[in-house]
Design a protein around this ligand. Structure first.
Ligand code: SF4
Length: 466
């Protein structure tokens, strides 16, 4: 971060849910407090808005369509030649829910709202990409970056305000994870995810950040397991690190407890200290609400891994935080299959007893590290392979393909049925839709064909990121 004027973050808040017209007014007022939209958008420019719609659920999982339309209108009114909203849904949404970005955009009514506001939509799933160098990149030295985002005259980061099991919060910095290819997204879901998020910013920082905090999320976000928090709040900022720092503080968190904010500030991309940020509009203290953090942020994650379920015996050693988290989520799923006794073996050097407390067919070796461990774990793997029993599930990180294999295995051995998994998915989706209909009675999902049968793999449990 170079010296000079302090970054500005503006906060606008209403006491109750604003309608579409007031949301437009809130967005405009927030940007006016930064100096007006003309500070960012010039006549004839091409504005690209990276929104946050990573899964097929309305707010608070996704950015509100009214907020998206309001930003499009504001840029068009400033003389933008073209305003394009871009997004690519998560790996989990594609694999676990069998969805595409286009389908999600239509079903949630985002495509219609954007087009009515004078914008267009580009789904990042199959957009042209250019290989770019990442200056100073740590995890990524090169990225296949969407050409439309790279070439945009103005880049707007339109993000949601949510807690996140991996990153504590997801806001402006995390939103750009959605710019990557599926392979690049998948690779990052490890303990170096936050370093990677900062790498993405090294390619290009947004010119303007808009935070949709109308309906925010707390608890086990950032997907359908989070809890809605009506905040009725819009923020705007001219530096993404400063905006996330203020947003974290609004949510009751110390900005330095958010790893990506801390790492980005350390890389001098913006300030994490609120004393170095000019806050306009409402004061942080006036609007602050203490959000419930995700389960693994208010207790050590091993509370949910070892000794948590009577029928799940975890043998973990030399594992990084992602495998701890995934083991917690998998343990929750296996816990439902009691009285079956399970052994789950995780990490680079797990210690196992000479006699496991499970039958071979209820033994899982999870992740690349455990699949390459030597000594007794190697002997155990060999024995499972010879017997053709149990599940040896490689993967690093242990994410969707691994979860998919686990689910298929549970169905194969009759621990759950495919119908049970599908019912659970539909039940959760219905619950999210019903809730948002009450928040915004003008909303109805647009009818779209259901994803093709067999297109979902590994969608029962587990969080993921945009
Ligand atoms: S397989 Fe190993 S390196 Fe990969 S996420 Fe698990 S513990 Fe970490």
């Amino acid at each position: 971060m170079s010296g000079g004027a302090r970054p500005i973050v503006a906060i606008i808040k209403e006491e109750s849910r604003p309608d579409a017209s007031r949301i437009r007014g809130m967005v405009r007022e927030a940007v006016d407090l930064l100096g007006g939209v003309g500070r960012f958008v010039g006549p004839g420019s091409h504005v690209v808005i990276k929104t946050n719609i990573f899964a097929p659920y309305p707010p608070p999982v996704s950015v509100d369509r009214h907020t998206t339309a309001a930003v499009v209108e504001l840029c068009r009114a400033a003389g933008a030649r073209r305003v394009t909203v871009v997004e690519g849904v998560s790996v989990g949404t594609k694999m676990g829910r069998g969805e595409t970005t286009e389908r999600v955009m239509r079903e949630l009514g985002v495509r219609r709202a954007v087009e009515q506001a004078g914008g267009d939509i580009v789904c990042l799933d199959d957009t042209p990409r250019v290989r770019v160098e990442v200056p100073g990149g740590v995890v990524h030295h090169q990225l296949d970056y969407p050409e439309i985002v790279l070439r945009a005259d103005v880049l707007v980061d339109l993000c949601a305000m949510k807690t996140h099991v991996n990153t504590l919060i997801t806001m402006g910095i995390k939103n750009f994870h959605g710019l990557l290819t599926d392979e690049e997204k998948y690779y990052g879901h490890r303990d170096d995810l936050d370093v990677k998020l900062v790498d993405i910013l090294r390619v290009r920082q947004p010119d303007l950040v808009i935070v949709d905090g109308l309906l925010a999320m707390e608890g086990d976000g950032a997907g359908e397991y989070g809890v809605p928090v009506p905040m009725n709040l819009i923020m705007a900022g001219d530096n993404v690190v400063a905006t996330d720092a203020v947003g974290a503080s609004v949510m009751g968190f110390d900005p330095l407890d958010v790893p990506a904010v801390r790492i980005a500030a350390h890389a001098r991309m913006g300030p994490a200290d609120l004393g170095d940020i000019e806050v306009r509009g409402r004061a942080v203290e006036e609007v602050r609400r203490r959000f419930q953090p995700p389960f693994n942020w208010f207790r050590p994650v091993d509370r949910f891994v070892t000794g948590s379920f009577e029928n799940v015996h975890v043998f973990i050693g030399g594992a990084c935080p992602w495998c701890w988290l995934m083991t917690a989520l998998i343990g929750r799923q296996l816990g439902l299959t009691a009285p079956r006794q399970w052994s789950v073996i995780v990490g680079s050097d797990p210690k196992v007893p000479s006699r496991l407390p499970s039958e071979p067919k209820h033994t899982i070796v999870l992740g690349d590290c455990a699949c390459a461990a030597t000594g007794p774990v190697k002997e155990l793997r060999n024995s499972l392979l010879i017997r053709r029993e149990g599940l040896i599930a490689p993967g690093c990180p242990t994410f969707r393909p691994t979860l998919a294999r686990l689910e298929e295995y549970l169905v194969e051995i009759g621990a759950v049925t495919a119908e049970m998994l599908e019912m659970k998915r539909l039940f959760i989706k219905q619950k999210c839709f019903d809730y948002y209909r009450k928040v915004d009675p003008t909303w109805e999902p647009e009818p779209v064909a259901e994803p093709a049968a067999g297109s979902r793999r590994g969608g029962a449990e587990g969080e993921e990121s945009p």
